[in-house]
Design a protein around this ligand. Sequence first.
Ligand SMILES: NC(=O)c1ccc[n+]([C@@H]2O[C@H](COP(=O)([O-])OP(=O)(O)OC[C@H]3O[C@@H](n4cnc5c(N)ncnc54)[C@H](OP(=O)(O)O)[C@@H]3O)[C@@H](O)[C@H]2O)c1
Length: 270
Amino acid sequence: MAQTRVAVVGCNGRMGKNLLEAVSNHEQAVIAGATERPGSSLIGTDVGELAGVGKLDVQVADSVDSIQGDIDVIIDFTSPQVTLAHVKWARANQVKMVIGTTGFTEEQKAQLADAAEDIAIMFAPNMSVGVNLVFKLLETAAKVMGDYTDIEIIEGHHRHKVDAPSGTALGMGEVIADTLGRDLSKVAVYGREGITGERDRETIGFATIRAGDLVGEHTAMFADIGERVEITHKASSRMTFANGAVRAAVWLQDKPHGLFNMRDVLGLND
Ligand SMILES: NC(=O)c1ccc[n+]([C@@H]2O[C@H](COP(=O)([O-])OP(=O)(O)OC[C@H]3O[C@@H](n4cnc5c(N)ncnc54)[C@H](OP(=O)(O)O)[C@@H]3O)[C@@H](O)[C@H]2O)c1
């Protein structure tokens, strides 16, 4: 099978640098282009040298439109507004997308679904294999214990993260709420302060920690009187997300259109 030609947008970001390395390491993928914010001092730099894999004769561009040569898939871990501009371009140019950006509003997510009628998009708030296995385990825990326990989700990330709760924590909440037939927008409680009154059994609580260089830690707790079950995932390197994103880019190759998540890529939705 031909190698998947990948463009990494936001290539100097925390995820961008890991993505360049992950694409370089993958036998079925090749870096076809990379971008940074217009005006960045990196524009024109050799992408291979930026990734630490030697000269590739591919220069950092200031937009996807300026990338020389053909692209099969854009991998985008930037911010919602920047990603939506890339989605518009990708739709017009029939290029697939792997989107890891978090913090989209419901209306913005609807725009992704709309674009996926024409192009293949894999959108996931967390691309690690372990977290997607956790999503699957949460379905089982919710089926067995969800109706009689108190459900709380606790997440921690580094001090630079701009959105809260994390997309992964919200994804965990959605999986649990869907399994229990609850509407997350009605039962979610985001932090507590002051005289809150007793806990309502139907609610799903979220607590957020922002500290130091935490890469990403998530726990879902199902607590009864006398026992509780905690399902925890801890990421220690961003390469786990980057490798998942490249795996998804290669997987998307034969998908003409549609909106997929990481569980589709890993075959966990069968
Ligand atoms: N799905 C997952 O598995 C996963 C894992 C980790 C993170 N994330 C999410 O991925 C996103 C990025 O996280 P991060 O920590 O990598 O952030 P980051 O370090 O701020 O990286 C974003 C990069 O995009 C660049 N950028 C901004 N505007 C641009 C434009 N118009 N064109 C091209 N590049 C542009 C930024 O440049 P400037 O610095 O100059 O603005 C920066 O280099 C966040 O939403 C985060 O929550 C998802």
